[in-house]
Design a protein around this ligand. Structure first.
Ligand SMILES: [Zn+2]
Ligand SMILES: [Zn+2]
Length: 439
């Protein structure tokens, strides 16, 4: 899940001293994100037209519901592909007449795909690919789209690097499974985390067991992903962004505060995770090349874990690289009754621990990024309700006087491309016409 949100500039700024916000509460989830068991009977929700951002809840129509409700699908596989450009043409041909939007990249090292579409089309594509023996064991992950498409259009093409990494990834031996971390199933992963937790408690913070083995839980995602949710007890490499990973640095160059710095390679088990697994496959290959031996990864990433194990050991939401931006764990594994109430309580706690307004440092209402109203900035940032109003949807004071400002959007809606706003009077309420309803 490495294709980054290319057009968004992602920077982290230091928070100013906290200021009281009237909205310092963790609000409940949007209706569409709540597990169905806790809500109204399933109604078909879709956009009134493909180009319109407005959502309309229609009369329940159970017959076609399963086939027409929109889902987001992700999968990837590193496997030798002899003639990727021909493969791209085959895929494009298959997708003709099917309603698929997203990013699907292929090259000699395999495929990386994230896309949305009506269930029927989305699944047909994954099934078609799995009939190819090279991709028969594909782990296909499906989650609900909020409204219709989570991507603006289809980009299916050859790409030299399947993940965004400085210097590219084509030189890495990614198709060799022995170079990657050993995948752990979600339940194995949970067992390891729980064993570590009870060990930590009994040894009061000595992170090694009686045999002297240590465990490092490593989050290899970007800082802004970490900011809205992560595994308890995890650490991050000392960089702001996956692309410029410290894994590429020599030990002398590495910052002393980096969790990988000076690590006992022989006696430390490194458990690494990312959203869907692909970044760990790349990182672990880099680390393997640098002499690290005991590398483990969470198979299918956090999204697969949340689906199978729920939110055990996880706090906050999961950032996703599509129009939905962030999903609460319940999206992957709906919970019911008492468990849900307990989770809400846990979620509130997590929210207050994690989400801070990038502008003023106070707690945010919801663990969900906005993008800056200034099209020439477009930074993804967490913002409290007070600062959204005060800065008119901008990330900072400087952006409020920029020439190309999009009108203020309420709540956590996300700005779209400039051409949708260019002709709008700046005073016109914007929520009615200019925003895609995924945000
Ligand atoms: Zn604020
Ligand atoms: Zn800005």
């Amino acid at each position: 899940m490495a294709a980054a949100v290319h057009h968004l500039r992602l920077v982290r700024v230091l928070p100013l001293p906290p200021r009281q916000s009237p909205l310092n509460l963790c609000l409940s989830l949007p209706l569409s994100l709540l597990p169905r068991s806790r809500h109204l009977p399933p109604a078909r929700v879709r956009c009134s037209s493909p180009s319109s951002p407005l959502c309309a809840v229609e009369e329940r129509d159970t017959r076609d519901e399963e086939a027409t409700h929109f889902v987001v699908v992700t999968f990837y596989k590193f496997v030798p592909v002899e003639d990727p450009r021909t493969e791209v043409a085959r895929h494009l041909h298959f997708l003709q007449g099917r309603d698929i939007h997203g990013r699907i990249y292929m090259n000699e090292q395999g495929i990386n795909a994230q896309y949305s579409g009506p269930h029927k089309d989305a699944i047909a594509y994954a099934d078609w690919l799995r009939r190819d023996h090279r991709f028969c064991d594909l782990l296909v992950q499906i989650s609900p789209a909020l409204c219709d498409h989570a991507f603006p259009r289809l980009k299916l093409r050859y790409k030299p690097s399947l993940v965004q990494l400085e210097g590219g990834s084509s030189h890495l031996p990614l198709v060799d499974p022995s170079m990657r971390a050993t995948p752990l199933t979600p339940s194995e992963w949970r067992e390891r985390l729980e064993a570590r937790k009870s060990l930590d408690e009994s040894l009061s913070k000595t992170a090694g067991d009686s045999s002297g083995r240590k465990l490092l839980l490593l989050d290899v995602r970007n800082d802004y992903e970490w900011d809205i949710g992560h595994f308890q007890g995890a650490q991050r490499p000392n960089v702001d962004c996956f692309r410029s990973t410290s894994f590429g640095l020599s030990e002398e160059e590495m910052d002393s505060s980096d969790p990988l710095n000076g690590i006992d390679k022989e006696n430390t088990d490194i458990l690494m995770y990312c959203t869907g697994g692909i970044r760990c496959d790349v990182y672990s290959t880099i680390l393997r090349n640098k002499g690290f031996e005991n590398l483990y990864t969470l198979k299918g990433g956090v999204s697969n874990y949340l689906k199978n194990e729920g939110s055990a050991g996880w706090v906050g939401n999961l950032f996703v690289f599509d129009g939905r931006l962030s999903l609460p764990p319940a999206t992957y594994k709906p919970v019911a009754g008492a468990v849900a109430a307990a989770d809400d309580e846990e979620g509130s706690r997590s929210c207050s621990e994690l989400g801070r307004c990038y502008a003023c440092g106070s707690e945010v209402v919801e663990l969900r990024h906005r993008n800056c109203a200034n099209i020439d900035c477009n930074r993804l940032y967490l913002c409290c309700g007070w600062c959204v109003e005060e800065l008119r949807g901008c990330c900072c004071g400087g952006c409020t006087t920029a020439p190309r400002l999009r009108p203020l959007l309420p709540a956590h809606q996300r700005y779209q491309k400039w051409h949708l706003y260019r002709h709008l009077d700046q005073g016109t309420p914007s929520s009615s016409s200019s925003v895609h309803a995924h945000a």
